[in-house]
Ligand binder design. Structure first.
Ligand SMILES: *Cc1c(COP(=O)(O)O)cnc(C)c1O
Length: 492
């Protein structure tokens, strides 16, 4: 309720907000406890969309109680669903109740984690040290928390640029240097974005043909580098993918590391979700070689279940981050003592100055849940994917479109009873049918030219039965659309 100031900022309002805060917490715990019983997602009705497009009624402020009611009516029911056990679209984490509480604690502190000498900065340094140890980076490694792997991959492109052109490039720019980078065909879109934003140009990302799976072919990579050198280009960066978004493919990181060493190229790994494979003794061999990277981008908000956002860039040498991002500014001068001590600061290791306390939710979770809990989620996600693949193989109406390497399954309904040209349309419709019915939320992709239903298992709440529910729902929705059993379209 508004205090004497009427602006919702006055300490006198704390008493009223405290009681409301307790009720908010109850509601959000109820929300998390009841997730599985509700729909994965429900579309916003037109009236809600209209409300959410109104201009601010600045002359008619409402009190916090009324604002809370509006949140419950307009926002809470129309969440994206990624916390729900049957959310399988894209590659998204489910979050945790502890993470929710950590966000509240961080909000209460309102720490500015750009720098200075306070505990939040020490917590972030500790999280970075734990992460570097988890991924096998040596003493002297450094890192910084960022929004996500998109930004982390962009920062890595800058590190690689500096390593190749020298520190002077920060002042002088590229000067027309014909830099070229290399990644697998399934590399995330943000890798091309990184070159674009770094001024190097998306066209200078070479998509290296795959081996007989979906991984970069090291021989084809070596050939591409040699051809570029012969044509006057300057190869500077190889991006290995540890867990491609489409099919979960992991490049042979050890082979890429050896090649980068020979060719004197920066070796970066986009391990957005795959980084955590290293915590599972059974799965860690898949990412062998990641510890040889010059830099690694990954997300705590995917398999590690931290609430959004919680990305991370690690560099083998913290000095490379400092060389790329620190810059003098009198008002940011570090001091030998007092609050302005403790350099280097996070603002010297990345592009952000003001930044929130992302580290807290990770720091709490790693201590409370341990890394074994993350390894369990990783292993179970992959087991559920194998289970789904087996169910699909046993259903004549369905077919797998890619081998299941990790936690991602791409398949389609064969479309028996529909025209040959309509199979793609049918599968796109099935995905939307399931999402709109709130039964499950797979997403859509294209594999080898065919539209594919894509189920990515990332959420710690998902179980084998949820994969069964997906298969049952796809078959039922296809029957409702007139597509039946059998191994393909009936008409040419
Ligand atoms: C999710 C993902 C990204 C992008 O990460 P954000 O955290 O969404 O910015 C990049 N690469 C891969 C392989 C991913 O799975």
């Amino acid at each position: 309720m508004p205090g004497p100031s009427g602006h919702g900022l006055d300490p006198a309002e704390l008493a009223g907000l405290r009681a409301l805060g307790h009720r908010m917490l109850e509601t959000m715990f109820d929300h998390l406890a009841g997730l599985a019983a509700g729909p994965v997602w429900r579309p916003m009705p037109p009236a809600v969309r209209a409300e959410l497009a109104l201009p601010l009624a600045a002359d008619r402020p409402i009190d916090a109680e009324a604002a809370w009611r509006r949140f419950q009516e307009l926002v809470l029911p129309y969440h994206a669903g990624n916390a729900h056990p049957r959310f399988m679209g894209w590659v998204q984490g489910g979050g945790t109740a502890l993470g929710m509480l950590a966000e509240m604690l961080a909000g209460g502190l309102n720490a500015n984690c750009g720098g200075r000498d306070h505990a939040a900065i020490a917590v972030e340094r500790q999280v970075i040290a734990w992460a570097a140890a988890m991924l096998g980076l040596p003493e002297g490694a450094g890192g910084v928390l960022v929004t996500g792997s998109s930004i982390a991959n962009f920062m890595a492109a800058l590190l690689a640029r500096n390593a190749t052109l020298g520190a002077a490039t920060r002042a002088a720019g590229l000067g027309g240097a014909p830099l070229t980078a290399y990644a697998q065909e399934g590399a995330h879109r943000c890798v091309a974005d990184a070159l674009d934003m770094a001024g190097i140009g998306r066209a200078n990302l070479r998509r290296v043909p795959p081996d007989n799976g979906f991984r970069i072919d090291p021989a084809a990579l070596a050939a591409a580098i040699a051809a570029d050198r012969a044509a006057g280009f300057t190869p500077f960066l190889v991006v290995g993918t540890a867990g491609s978004v489409d099919v979960g493919a992991v490049d042979d990181l050890a082979a890429l590391a050896a090649l980068c060493h020979r060719e004197r190229l920066w070796f970066h790994v986009d391990a957005a979700f795959g980084a955590f494979l290293r915590l599972s003794p059974a799965l860690a061999p898949l990412v062998a070689g990641i510890e040889a990277a010059d830099s690694i981008a990954f997300d705590f908000h995917k398999w590690a279940q931290a609430p959004y956002d919680a990305g991370c860039l690690l560099a083998r040498r913290e000095s490379d981050l400092l060389a790329a991002f620190s810059a003098p500014a009198a008002y940011l001068d570090a001091a030998p003592r007092g609050l302005a001590a403790g350099s280097p600061w996070p603002c010297d290791l990345g592009p952000d100055l003001s930044r929130g306390f992302r580290a807290l939710k990770i720091w709490l979770a790693l201590q409370v849940q341990g890394t074994a809990a993350i390894a369990d989620v990783v292993e179970r996600s992959c087991a559920i994917a194998r289970h789904l693949a087996a169910r699909i193989a046993a259903e004549p109406a369905l077919e797998l479109l890619a081998p299941v390497a990790l936690n991602i399954v791409c398949f389609r309904h064969r479309g028996a009873g529909t025209a040959a040209g309509e199979v793609d349309g049918l599968n796109a419709a099935l995905v939307a049918d399931l999402q709109e019915a709130g039964i499950a939320a797979p997403s859509l992709t294209t594999i080898g030219g065919a539209r594919a239903i894509r189920a990515a298992f990332v959420n710690h709440r998902t179980r084998h039965a949820d994969a069964d529910a997906l298969v049952d729902a796809v078959l039922a929705a296809a029957r409702a659309r007139g597509a039946g059993q059998g191994d393909g379209p009936t008409q040419a």
